[in-house]
Design a protein around this ligand. Structure first.
Ligand SMILES: C[S@@+](CC[C@H](N)C(=O)[O-])C[C@H]1O[C@@H](n2cnc3c(N)ncnc32)[C@H](O)[C@@H]1O
Length: 277
């Protein structure tokens, strides 16, 4: 469904996807390993020998297969969604642009910023003159679950993972690293429950809405405030639809309430999308 893309733009976007996922450099990627997890117990004396030399223990970061479908939390990559879901972002956004669907591009849940960086790059590569990218995140990780309203969020304990908390300045620096930090990128810091209702008044139409907040709460809050702003012919992408039941439930509940029956299409083991008729 991707419309034709001029070759220089297609090559730039392919190269950028390889960088943002680190797929291009996967053979060199390593992640720190805790010696305490050594099978059979930590080898006696090894830790102090390593310390004395200023060495550390590392293991391969991921396989190319795992990274291609975004199946790990990468140590350095600016996005965790993998190549298949980045390709879907390009499919939907280039289709919206080619069809003249009005509106900006919005991501709720940006982490290190990689997918929002890719959205800004698509606008640049395809010569769009004025659409904006809205990057919405707490920039401090996931909220503590609301056990009364959203009990299905409780067992995941995602608010306890410090790896998911990436500060706004770090995200801005990641945009700047790729030359894509400008006034057409708008950051919306804060919990979705607080920021998105106000954002919905500030925003015009949305051409592509990408949800990546994992929780029932984060998904339903984003849908309730922003899905009504999606233009006819626009796209709604849900990163965690296949992988997280609570997210899938939020999507099902919202679609049932709003009377949406546009077919849901799978991207990979977790990503999914639909197009607003
Ligand atoms: C899985 S990560 C997003 C991955 C990212 N899209 C990428 O390209 O790698 C989830 C992000 O959503 C944010 N988040 C989740 N729920 C939120 C909420 N209710 N309010 C604000 N931020 C939230 C977290 O801070 C985190 O950065």
């Amino acid at each position: 469904m991707r419309p034709p893309i001029p070759e220089p733009a297609a090559r730039y976007l392919e190269l950028l996807a390889g960088c943002l996922t680190r797929d291009l450099f996967i053979d060199e990627e390593v992640r720190n390993v805790d010696l305490a997890t050594w099978p059979g117990g930590e080898p006696v004396g090894l830790r102090s020998m390593l310390r004395a030399r200023g060495w550390r223990v590392v293991a391969p970061g991921a396989t190319r297969q795992a990274r291609s479908v975004g199946n790990d939390w990468p140590p350095h990559a600016e996005t965790m969604i993998g190549l298949a879901r980045l390709a879907n972002v390009l499919d939907c956004t280039s289709r919206a642009l080619a069809d003249g669907v009005p509106g900006d591009l919005v991501e709720t849940g940006v982490w290190r910023g990689g997918t929002s960086i890719y959205l800004r790059a698509i606008l640049a590569a395809l010569g769009d003159p004025d659409r904006r990218v809205w990057a919405c995140d707490s920039f401090e990780g996931l909220p503590e679950p609301d056990a009364v309203r959203y009990p299905q969020d409780v067992p995941m304990k995602l608010h306890t993972y410090s790896q998911l908390a990436v500060g706004l300045e770090e995200v801005k620096a990641n945009f700047a690293r790729y030359g894509l930090l400008d006034d057409r990128v708008r950051f919306v810091p804060g919990w979705f429950r607080d920021t998105l209702p106000a954002l919905s008044h500030e925003l015009g139409p949305i051409a592509v809405l990408r949800l990546d907040g994992d929780l029932y709460e984060s998904t339903i809050d984003a849908l309730a405030s922003l899905e009504p702003k999606v233009s006819p012919g626009g796209f709604v992408i849900v990163d965690d639809y296949g992988g997280i039941e609570a997210c899938r439930d939020a999507v099902s509940d919202y679609r049932a309430d709003a009377g949406i029956d546009a077919p849901i299409q799978a991207v990979d083991w977790t990503g999914a999308w639909w197009r607003k008729p």
